[in-house]
Design a protein around this ligand. Structure first.
Ligand SMILES: Nc1nc2c(ncn2[C@@H]2O[C@H](COP(=O)(O)OP(=O)(O)O)[C@@H](O)[C@H]2O)c(=O)[nH]1
Ligand SMILES: [Mg+2]
Length: 383
């Protein structure tokens, strides 16, 4: 090991060595790589770590292939964790990030009651059924300071940002984190706000989709004002002109939710209502107490819906049990979308499906290919 590494990188290397599973080791190695300063003196080390990462990726991939097929789709969705969404916990110091990480995973970061106790990223795996979320606790964001570069690297790569808001501290001051992130080029928002722009050489501007916040003409006008005359623009139902700007600048738009922690305290529920009144229109807000362990039921559902994804379990006609591992597909997907995400041929030969929806009295309901799916549906595709 090179000796002139920053202390954060050395701490992270110890975590690599202490990792208990290949998946955890992979996540720790990636963080380690991001913490190694990029210059001539560390080139060899960087190469070594990259090789270790790709060997481990191969190992994990082979292990998965051996276990079962039918999850091709989820691997494509997340370049990070091979089907494990990466969730970043972000908040001010003492908001309870380490306590939340301990609640959700087997990671045991230090909870000291002292500010700035977590000085390098901590990782843990949060298992929900057979799906594993990688949860990363980032060191706290300091008031009125620039977001550190190591944070940015992880934030750009993550699939979801969970803002941890302390209901015992000043809410406005904590929500300034959103502005601090925006200054650093990370926009928080729901997938329904995301805008995608594909520049073209000619052919004018065509707008795909519709937004409640800007008309086609307004979108075309805003692009022309930025000297963009030819492009295909895809907008979501909640896209604003700010989201359009972010896309033009190539900034990262990340789905985000708020974990409002310490809800069990005296002022907790009132502050929670205040937070919902101010920000409930923009973010999904989940009230939790990491201390008491309340509010965490269904948190994986909140993660999924914020990412704009649903979990669907497929069931072969020959079996009476659905698959253990869900397929992750976009919200609003139909039975036909599911089939084509598994295999193009399957979509062509598809005739109907049977659906099981627990708790909603839907058991083996026979539906056509355009039937919209919901989170946690079990589906039997029939050709
Ligand atoms: N009352 C209360 N205190 C909490 C809760 N979660 C964490 N804490 C306390 O808040 C302090 C900071 O917690 P920690 O998890 O280290 O926060 P971090 O700095 O954001 O990682 C510690 O004293 C915790 O015991 C909670 O749900 N309720
Ligand atoms: Mg901490």
């Amino acid at each position: 090991m090179v000796t002139n590494l920053p202390p954060q990188a050395i701490t992270q290397y110890k975590k690599v060595l202490a990792s208990r599973t290949p998946e955890e080791k992979l996540a720790n190695l990636r963080l380690y790589l991001s913490l190694i300063p990029k210059h001539k003196g560390t080139e060899r080390l960087q190469r070594q770590v990259k090789r270790q990462i790709s060997e481990l990726e191969d190992e994990i991939r082979e292990k998965r292939l051996r276990s079962k097929k039918a999850r091709r789709r989820s691997q494509k969705l997340f370049e990070n964790g091979e089907g494990s969404p990466l969730v970043a916990l972000l908040g001010r110091t003492m908001s309870g990030k380490s306590s939340i990480l301990s609640r959700l995973t087997s990671a045991r970061p230090r909870v000291t009651g002292l500010p700035y106790a977590t000085d390098s990223p901590e990782v843990g795996g949060f298992r929900s059924g057979s799906l594993v979320f990688q949860i990363v606790e980032l060191p706290p964001l300091r008031v009125d300071s620039a977001v550190p570069p190591t944070h940015l690297e992880i934030l750009r790569r993550c699939d979801l940002v969970a803002l941890v808001v302390d209901l015992e501290q000043d809410l406005e001051g904590q929500m300034k984190m959103v502005e601090e992130l925006r200054k650093a080029g990370i926009y928080l928002g729901l997938p329904s706000k995301a805008v995608k722009i594909e520049r073209r050489a000619a052919g004018g501007i065509s707008v795909v989709g519709e937004s409640a916040f800007a008309t086609r003409d307004e979108i075309v006008g805003a692009l022309r004002a930025q000297k963009i005359d030819a492009a295909v623009v895809k907008v979501g139902p909640m896209s604003t002109l700010d989201d359009l700007d972010a896309a033009v600048k190539g900034l990262a738009v990340k789905p985000a939710l708020i974990l409002a922690n310490k809800i069990e305290t005296a002022a907790g529920s009132e502050k929670y209502r205040e937070l919902v009144a101010g920000y409930g229109g923009t973010y999904k807000i989940v009230g939790v107490s990491a201390l008491k362990g309340t509010g965490f039921d269904g948190i994986e559902g909140a993660f999924m819906s914020t990412m704009g994804l649903i979990r669907v379990f497929t069931k072969p006609p020959s079996s009476d049990k659905p698959s253990e591992r869900p397929i992750l597909i976009k919200q609003g997907s139909t039975v036909r979308d599911l089939a084509s995400s598994i295999h193009g041929e399957l979509a062509k030969t598809l005739k109907y499906a049977r659906i099981w929806r627990t708790g909603k009295r839907i058991e083996g309901l026979r539906v056509g290919p355009s039937f919209p799916l919901e989170d946690m549906d079990a589906v039997e595709l029939r050709g």
